[in-house]
Write a protein that binds this ligand. Structure first.
Ligand SMILES: NC(=O)c1ccc[n+]([C@@H]2O[C@H](COP(=O)([O-])OP(=O)(O)OC[C@H]3O[C@@H](n4cnc5c(N)ncnc54)[C@H](OP(=O)(O)O)[C@@H]3O)[C@@H](O)[C@H]2O)c1
Length: 270
């Protein structure tokens, strides 16, 4: 029995889909569950977590990006340990724990959770994906996509590949005690992604420069916005121009390119 947290989100819903396709018994956890395997639980409600992990062998741990991420990771781990769960696969982020030239830490959101997972006594795998291809959908407004990272390039990864690696890690002990950095095949800036969108969709998609301060106006709290600002500056300065072969080593095939992700989601762009 596998518990998928964040099960209605981008990665979690894909992990549920792929595990269901393999006939693996699972529970799909969120605050607003849906589908036949849905269970309602909240990282801020320990009793609901206790119920969610009962009888579970492995947990996919995905906590939503906010200042509560570490607290949520620790709460789920505590419940999992108490219930005798054997394995946890945590979704973290590329660059977690790196420091900038002036000593500021990148990815603080995931740092305590990663350390707790490694020290939990459970079998564990940590996945550190690069920027999701699907971010362009989140940040699209008409035919323009928001650009927080200037010309900074990233190994943009298809969320379906991240989920496929998670499925392997949840079901195969050869991935225990490993930390994988998951990227796509190409280094792309946001303007590069807009150019690919234009090419594949056959119409002009542009970018609009957005400053991290803009996030405060969008309702994000100040400390979360500060963390995003640090991360986006780090990308802008070129520190996330990283491509790895971890997806290929785990899946035995090359990662999916951005153009293929766009083709498969063309209808979402209207
Ligand atoms: N976007 C990127 O480029 C990127 C890159 C690297 C790493 N990441 C990491 O990926 C993660 C986000 O993944 P995603 O995009 O798949 O997430 P998402 O689409 O935003 O979905 C978040 C999920 O978490 C659930 N959730 C939120 N608050 C909850 C709570 N208090 N209790 C229980 N469930 C809760 C949501 O369901 P309900 O609302 O129904 O509860 C939903 O299923 C973050 O940890 C982020 O740091 C993202």
């Amino acid at each position: 029995m596998i518990l998928i947290t964040g099960a209605t989100g981008t990665i979690g819903s894909e992990v549920v889909r792929q595990l269901t396709g393999r006939g693996v018994p699972l529970r799909a956890m969120s605050r607003n569950p849906s589908g036949p395997h849905g269970v309602r639980a909240d990282f801020d409600d320990p009793e609901s977590l206790r119920r969610a992990v009962e009888g579970v062998d492995a947990v996919f741990l995905l906590t939503a990006p906010a200042t509560a991420t570490s607290r949520h990771d620790l709460a789920l781990l505590e419940a999992a340990r108490a219930a005798g769960v054997a394995r946890v696969v945590k979704l973290s982020a590329i660059g977690t724990g790196d420091t900038t030239a002036d000593g500021r830490v990148i990815g603080e959101w995931h740092l305590a959770g990663e350390e707790a997972v490694r020290g939990s006594g459970l079998e564990w795998t940590i996945l550190r994906p690069s920027s999701f291809a699907s971010n362009v959908l989140r940040f699209a407004a008409g035919d323009r996509i928001s650009n927080l990272t200037g010309d900074g390039k990233q190994g943009v990864v298809d969320p379906r590949d991240v989920a496929a690696v998670a499925v392997e890690a949840l079901t195969d002990p050869r991935h225990d005690h490993r930390t994988y950095t998951l990227t796509g095949p190409d280094l792309l800036s946001v303007p590069d992604q807009a150019a690919e969108l234009s090419r594949v969709l056959g119409r002009v998609v542009g970018t609009v420069e957005v400053s991290p301060e803009h996030l405060l106006g969008s309702g994000m709290d100040a400390s979360a916005a500060a963390e995003v600002a640090r991360g986006t500056a780090w990308v802008r300065e070129g520190h996330n121009a990283v491509v790895t072969d971890d997806v290929e080593r785990v899946l035995g095939r090359p990662p999916t390119g951005f153009a293929d992700w766009v083709r498969d989601h063309a209808e979402a762009f209207g």
